[in-house]
Design a protein around this ligand. Sequence first.
Ligand SMILES: Nc1ncnc2c1ncn2[C@@H]1O[C@H](COP(=O)(O)OP(=O)(O)OP(=O)(O)O)[C@@H](O)[C@H]1O
Length: 304
Amino acid sequence: MIEVTDLRKEYGGFTAVEGSSFSIERGEVFGIVGHNGAGKTTTLKMLAGLIEPTAGTAVVAGHPAGAPAMQRRLGFLPEQSPLYEEMTPLSYLEFFADLYDVPSAVASERIDDILDRLDLEHRDRELGNMSKGMKRKIAIARALVNDPDVLIFDEPASGLDPLTTNYILEFTSELSEEGKTVVFSAHNLFHVESICDRLVIMSEGTIVARGTIDDIRSAYGGRTYHVTSTPGAAGTVVGPDGVDAPVAEYARENGHCRYVVTDMDGVDAVRTAVEAVGGQVTDIETKTPSLEQIFLEVADEATA
Ligand SMILES: Nc1ncnc2c1ncn2[C@@H]1O[C@H](COP(=O)(O)OP(=O)(O)OP(=O)(O)O)[C@@H](O)[C@H]1O
């Protein structure tokens, strides 16, 4: 549904995005993650055809980004979405449906449905008097009035309370289940982790990691196993050198020993060594790094 090849954007002499290539399948939720200034918004704007790439191509729904045929199949939610404050949700959305030439009977049914799904009350209240969360929902509704196949959401849930954030994330997930392709950027990696099928991590304009959450986890910080044991007979302890497998960390805490190993063979090796001196494994905890931890590591490496 989206094919991006060697995309580059320069502002004056400054390169904001460089050598960006990725493809996105129909129905995927694809995340773009990165620090402030990493090039996320610039990438999304090029995909939406709002700014011209300096080099490279972006093809969206079979058309070059920016082509009118592509615009009809696209819904874009900008990072900042000022609304016409004196309009009501209904008049505002009808106005945009009209711009897309949606027949008024179709528009009216569609708008009603979108507002219901977004749980939007006070439909006759002026937009200027609405809360931040309600305004964001209206901006999302606006991106949907033309029933697009591709949605580009720039920070859809930024600055919203946890309830509204969850609502918007779940709604985004539902849209992809219905077959819409969603590309979105976010700072909050928990949001990305909760709804993305695949993602790229950007740093200083380039993609520094990519794949599914699991791909990125296994490439940049796999699972670890934290094994706790009692000492052996007469207080004998087994140090990391006594284990027939690599031990990433070792500590003695409250009379127990703790070993951090990276696979199940490591766990077995600790157990064998501990039991050989009469001790016992009392706990095995599996730890998976959060995307946040991996992101910090990957982004820091890229800027080092
Ligand atoms: N119109 C512009 N003119 C000059 N430089 C720009 C312009 N737009 C963006 N930039 C610069 O390009 C870089 C990438 O900006 P971009 O907005 O794409 O980053 P971002 O990852 O979306 O950041 P944020 O998370 O802060 O929104 C930044 O250094 C920014 O200052």
